[in-house]
Design a protein around this ligand. Structure first.
Ligand SMILES: Cc1cc2nc3c(=O)[nH]c(=O)nc-3n(C[C@H](O)[C@H](O)[C@H](O)COP(=O)(O)OP(=O)(O)OC[C@H]3O[C@@H](n4cnc5c(N)ncnc54)[C@H](O)[C@@H]3O)c2cc1C
Length: 393
């Protein structure tokens, strides 16, 4: 039987970061993962460039049943702390937009940095490990995998959520929490494209690829970003953001022209170019294929601008500022970036991430009911929660 101080399950962002901190404290630390390599999600994140944090990260950017839970970890290991590490490794990075920091070259830079930190601190890593059972007796956890028994004082669960099952995602962390009597809140896909109702699909799939800046709103939460029409539904950052707030049956309201008041635009255009057609005028503001589609659907009637009266201009403005979309559902875990819900934060200490009623058992990262917005927030939660657990486990 192998004896360890700390075993971390999951060689993702949270697990590796926790292991590094624990090993720096002199704890004999092992990371187990079911995959062939460490940091698989990091490697494919941010389109291969990893949006590793956000300069404006704050507790307001996270969803959780307990909005206050994430405050402690986020304030003790901040985006500036992680950025200092990135700078220490001289990893080139840039701000893409809205405080989102991306690698200039490749997400591999971040994984290499974590590997080097693991090596320096003496973290051991065992890959392609399927854990069959976990038991607890005499203050020790016993893990069975491939006929080998490993024992540890502190067991850290960093096995992530359910998104991207083909990348090794499992419900292991949720099941383990339940095995030890901890409450797990219902999970669902977040940061995920929303799909058309069959009738809408028949109409809008033809304009897949059209993208435009919008504001999208669901359940009174509004995000100004880009939106993309796809074959299956709506996507793009604005839609991914609102998807985390959307519940089945809800509508999503999209302002297709957030920067320009359509009524004022039409009134001015009518004065300057009375003979111009509505289609031509609107195509100066919106993608032409979208305007044509709205006309083809009789949602708009093409006519010379001079034929518009204030009432008809207002009707066009209302339609474009309040484009209502009732999704059929989401694309699910296959394409979701995150899993909402998870281990109930009421069960954990926000200072240490340790289970209140199960000494030595810790949950960090995405397996916990803390989910960030799109934009580097989810990695910051992984770093912060991993770092704090690493100080105690
Ligand atoms: C396509 C995509 C792009 C993303 N881009 C970004 C981005 O740019 N910025 C951002 O902030 N967030 C991004 N995210 C979200 C971010 O990747 C996650 O929130 C983050 O990786 C969570 O870290 P984690 O360590 O908790 O879990 P994970 O990174 O999921 O790591 C969990 C690890 O545990 C392993 N595991 C699972 N079950 C078992 C088991 N039973 N036994 C052993 N090992 C197991 C998994 O194989 C995995 O290696 C993206 C997500 C996706 C899917």
């Amino acid at each position: 039987m192998q004896q360890w101080d700390v075993i971390v399950i999951g060689a993702g962002a949270a697990g590796l970061f926790c292991a590094i901190e624990a090993a720096k404290r002199g704890r004999k630390t092992l990371v187990l993962d079911n995959g062939k390599r460490i940091g698989r999600k990091i490697l494919m994140s941010g389109g291969g460039r990893c949006n590793f944090t956000n300069m404006y990260a704050s507790p307001a950017n996270f969803l959780s049943q307990n909005k206050h839970f994430c405050k402690s970890a986020l304030s003790r290991y901040t985006q500036w702390d992680f950025l200092a590490l990135v700078q220490q490794y001289q990893i080139p990075y840039h701000e893409k937009t809205l405080g989102q920091l991306f690698c200039d070259n490749s997400a591999k830079d971040i994984v290499d940095m974590l590997q080097q930190e693991c090596d320096k601190a003496g973290v051991q890593i065992a890959l392609q490990q399927e854990i069959q059972t976990v038991t607890f007796s005499d203050g020790q956890y016993q893990l069975q995998s491939k006929g080998l028994t490993r024992s540890c004082q502190s067991l850290v669960v960093a096995s992530g959520g359910l998104s991207l099952p083909n990348l090794g995602a499992t419900a292991f962390g949720f099941q383990l929490a339940e095995q030890f009597g901890l409450k797990v809140l219902p999970v669902r896909a977040g940061l995920v494209p929303l799909t058309w109702q069959p009738d809408d699909k028949a109409v809008y799939e033809e304009i897949s690829g059209v993208s435009l800046p919008v504001t999208a709103e669901a359940n009174d939460v509004l995000f100004p970003e880009d939106m993309l029409f796809t074959h299956r539904g709506l996507s793009g950052p604005a839609i991914l953001q609102v998807s985390s707030f959307w519940q089945p049956g809800d509508e999503v309201v999209v302002n297709l022209s957030p920067q320009q008041n359509i009524f004022e635009f039409l009134t001015e255009a009518q004065q300057k170019h009375p003979e111009q057609e509505l289609k031509t005028a609107l195509s100066r503001l919106l993608p032409k294929r979208l305007v044509e589609k709205l006309l083809a659907q009789n949602l708009l009637a093409n006519q010379p601008l001079k034929a518009l009266n204030p009432k008809s201009s207002q009707r066009i403005a209302d339609l474009l500022h309040h484009f209502v979309f009732k999704p059929n559902g989401t694309e699910g875990y296959r394409t979701a970036e995150v899993t909402l819900g998870g281990v109930d934060t009421d069960e954990l200490s926000s200072k240490t991430m340790e289970a209140k009623k199960q000494p030595g058992l810790y949950f960090i990262g995405e397996v916990v009911d803390v989910t960030g917005w799109l934009g580097g927030y989810n990695f910051q939660w992984a770093w912060s929660s991993g770092w704090v657990a690493g100080q105690y486990c």
